[in-house]
Write a protein that binds this ligand. Structure first.
Ligand code: SF4
Ligand code: SF4
Length: 430
């Protein structure tokens, strides 16, 4: 029987201004890829770690007791330790956590032309199919296979992914394509905004390139056979940037993911514009209300975006020390052992908007109004929606879309009829 996504305890928490808990466990920081956008690439030299399954099981049991609803196993590359990972997924579901996610850089799908490839993939998919893993992501960096393969350091991997998707689908697993937004999404690098000459013209050209880039990317992953896609917003922290210090080294100062605030505003706007063109064909996780909030944050210095729930309702466990952090980017704010943490006693008064980590920012934005409405925090919400009625419209649209997507249940097939009905309703509404 499927576990309930929200139970009376979760509703009570929402009425107290809290949102259902989320935990990201960095299972390992070992990785075999070469991504320029990440400090964990195989070419970086630092002492690598992996948390023991016993330690993680204790953390999972504590998380279930504390009402955590969503649990992600991230890396590094989690599939380097596949048997342990499958054991942990089984354990998490048994402990009562309904939304369990993990993913891969896809290394395991290289070498499709070799004997035994299909058997290897069948073993992997059978292993996952036996568990209640809800979402499985495969990272893709560019619409251009050659660029993606060069960035990751895995030749031939895109053809391999195309071949494995039907095997996953046969077993009722619908992987999502995870785009880490970068300057190479459509192939040719999108150059930084020029400070010389016609400012408006330069910005329009930059925006157009991202419109083309997102369009090319969504078309490419749809052609490959994906039915779900998620966009990870660029994380280019220098260690001293914005007072943040990364525990989770999925960040780098490389130009491929480094954007100025103005560039980010234009990029988020472009993504927000492209998404409706694809929403009836592929399930796109990125909420437009969140994109608008981030666009305003970077473009206008607006603080209308909901403060992030990192360190309040959402937490991160680092692979190096197994300790809790508010997220992967606030290494200077350790929170100790997860077992000792009482999330209900943490005051919700820390208003962090220091980065765009979509794992935490998107759900903070989507669940914020739910929590405000149920906890009676109505005046600030009404004023916010009065200042920007488009935020309300997009939020309602996101909720309807999420429902049409079965809340991105990666164990359910895409329902194209439902998505097309959603699309028609939206068009009638305009
Ligand atoms: S982004 Fe992922 S796959 Fe790439 S180096 Fe970092 S951890 Fe490895
Ligand atoms: S916005 Fe959220 S994810 Fe980013 S640094 Fe702050 S708490 Fe962490």
């Amino acid at each position: 029987m499927r576990k309930m996504l929200l139970n009376p305890r979760d509703l009570r928490r929402l009425m107290q201004g809290r949102v259902p808990g989320q935990l990201v466990i960095q299972f390992t920081d070992h990785c075999n890829a070469r991504c320029p956008q990440c400090g964990m690439r195989v070419t970086e030299s630092f002492p690598r770690s992996r948390l023991s399954t016993d330690r993680i099981k204790k953390i999972i049991d504590g998380a279930a007791e504390k009402g955590v609803k969503a649990l992600s196993f991230t890396g590094g590359e989690p599939l380097l330790f596949l048997p342990e990972l499958a054991e942990l997924i089984r354990h998490a579901y048994g402990a009562g956590i309904p939304c369990i996610r993990t993913g891969t850089n896809g290394f395991i799908f290289a070498g499709f032309e070799k004997k035994g490839f299909r058997k290897k993939v069948e073993r992997l998919t059978d292993l996952f199919a036996e568990t209640r893993l809800r979402n499985f992501w495969i990272s893709i960096d560019s619409a251009d296979p050659a660029i993606h393969e060069k960035m990751r350091g895995f030749p031939g991997i895109i053809s391999g992914i195309e071949r494995v998707l039907p095997i996953f689908h046969e077993r009722g697993i619908y992987p999502s394509a995870n785009l880490g937004i970068n300057r190479n999404i459509s192939g040719e690098s999108i150059e930084p905004l020029s400070r010389n000459g016609d400012r408006k013209g330069n910005e329009a050209a930059f925006h157009r390139r991202f419109i083309q880039g997102f369009t090319a990317f969504f078309s490419a992953v749809e052609r490959m056979g994906f039915t779900i896609v998620n966009c990870c917003y660029p994380m280019s922290l220098n260690r001293d940037e914005g007072g943040l210090s990364a525990v989770y080294a999925a960040t780098a100062a490389d130009r491929v993911v480094k954007f100025t605030p103005r560039e980010k505003a234009l990029m988020f706007n472009a993504l927000c514009q492209v998404i409706p063109r694809f929403r009836s064909r592929i399930r796109i996780f990125s909420p437009r209300s969140s994109l608008r909030a981030l666009q305003k944050e970077h473009g206008e210095g607006s603080v209308d975006a909901y403060a992030c729930r990192g360190g309040i309702d959402f937490f991160f466990i680092g692979a190096a020390d197994g300790k809790t952090y508010p997220c992967g980017y606030r290494g200077a704010d350790p929170m100790g052992e997860f077992a000792d943490l009482d999330p209900d006693a943490i005051p919700a008064d820390h208003h962090c908007r220091s980065c765009d980590w979509e794992c935490f920012r998107d759900p903070s934005e989507l669940l914020g109004p739910v929590s405000d409405l149920l906890s009676g925090n109505l005046l600030p919400l009404a004023l916010k929606w009065r200042r920007d009625p488009e935020m309300l419209r997009l939020w309602v649209e996101d909720l309807l879309y999420y429902r049409a997507c079965d809340f991105f249940d990666g164990r359910r097939q895409i329902d194209l009829m439902r998505l097309s009905r959603f699309n028609m309703q939206q068009q009638r509404g305009h």
